[in-house]
Ligand binder design. Structure first.
Ligand code: MN
Ligand code: MN
Length: 307
């Protein structure tokens, strides 16, 4: 292997190692009564201390929320004694991103639901190799979940990952419906993908929830947008091109929560940043589980970076 490729691989592996440890911290720390803001700060702090950066804000989505709830600044949300929590986190080293998730569940009623999302991920990983159709991966995920009497969330999917781009190129569906003929791709060796089955006892579809607490810069301000340029300049060094949380900008001395949120709303209205709303299962009483790994596809299998 040439040295450039070796260097990239070692950065991916280092990001993977840090994300694995971060998940262990989540498993040890998350208990009923614990505060979500403090847990997110602790885990993201660990990622930074290890010399990586969060690929995106830690997601702490509870019960009916499938994804994209990230604690707000000084969020008072605490873990309930019957909660099912999807902890989705990532680390990147020099832009080489990993993305991984576990479900931490305190309600025995949902043990099966949690188990089946993990089994779907294992089943998907077991068929991954160079040339496998992404639809075949989706079909295995769907079959594993529906066989157990649950639904995959069909409008959430895995994705290819490229340097500094979390959702890049190919999509890896969580189902194998023939109606998805558009998704014709095949996994290719050497490429990096995140596979992330979601299982639910609901309808298998997420819709936008009310809140948005993850954002990303999508364009530069134009010449005439002087005020916007000034605001962005204040934050860009911290937020960069990957998804960010207002927490990343929170600095007790200079930036209070109100100023940050006011600034972000201005950038949002101008279309300079975009928001990722919390995604909730369409059935408000349904629960959701999720597991995710980042892999590098090989000739005859894959290397799982996050386990
Ligand atoms: Mn993820
Ligand atoms: Mn992902």
């Amino acid at each position: 292997m040439e040295s450039k490729a070796k260097e990239i691989l070692s950065k991916y592996r280092e990001a993977g190692r840090i994300s694995i440890e971060a998940k262990r911290i989540a498993e040890k720390t998350i208990r009923p009564g614990k505060n979500a803001f403090q847990i997110a700060e602790e885990i993201e702090g660990f990622i930074r201390k290890e010399g990586a950066k969060p690929s995106f804000p830690l997601n702490f989505s509870i019960n009916n929320e499938a994804a994209h709830y990230s604690p707000e600044i000084n969020d008072s949300r605490t873990v309930g004694k019957n909660d099912t929590i999807k902890v989705d986190l990532g680390a990147h080293v020099d832009g080489y991103i990993v993305d991984t998730a576990i479900t931490i569940n305190f309600n025995p009623q949902y043990n099966e639901l949690v188990k089946v999302a993990n089994e779907a991920l294992e089943a998907a990983l077991s068929i991954v190799k160079d040339g496998v159709k992404v639809m075949e991966v989706g079909a295995v995920i769907e079959k594993t979940i529906t066989s157990a009497g649950y639904e995959p969330i069909r409008n959430l999917s895995g994705h290819q990952i490229k340097r500094y781009v979390l959702h890049a190129g190919q999509t890896i569906p969580n189902h194998g419906s023939k109606f998805l003929e558009l998704i014709k791709g095949r996994l290719q060796k050497g490429k990096v993908y995140a596979i992330e089955p979601f299982a639910t006892d609901g309808v298998g579809e997420v819709i936008n929830g009310k809140r948005t607490n993850i954002f990303r810069v999508v364009r530069k301000p134009k010449k005439k947008e002087v005020e916007h340029a000034k605001i962005l300049a204040k934050y860009f060094k911290t937020v960069g091109v990957l998804p960010f949380s207002p927490r990343f900008l929170y600095d007790k001395e200079n930036n209070d929560k109100e100023t940050i949120m006011k600034d972000l709303r201005k950038l949002l209205r101008a279309g300079i940043i975009m928001g990722y709303p919390v995604l909730v299962e369409r059935n408000p009483n349904a629960n959701v589980s999720q597991f995710e790994h980042t892999i590098i596809v090989k000739e005859n299998g894959c290397e799982v970076l996050t386990q």
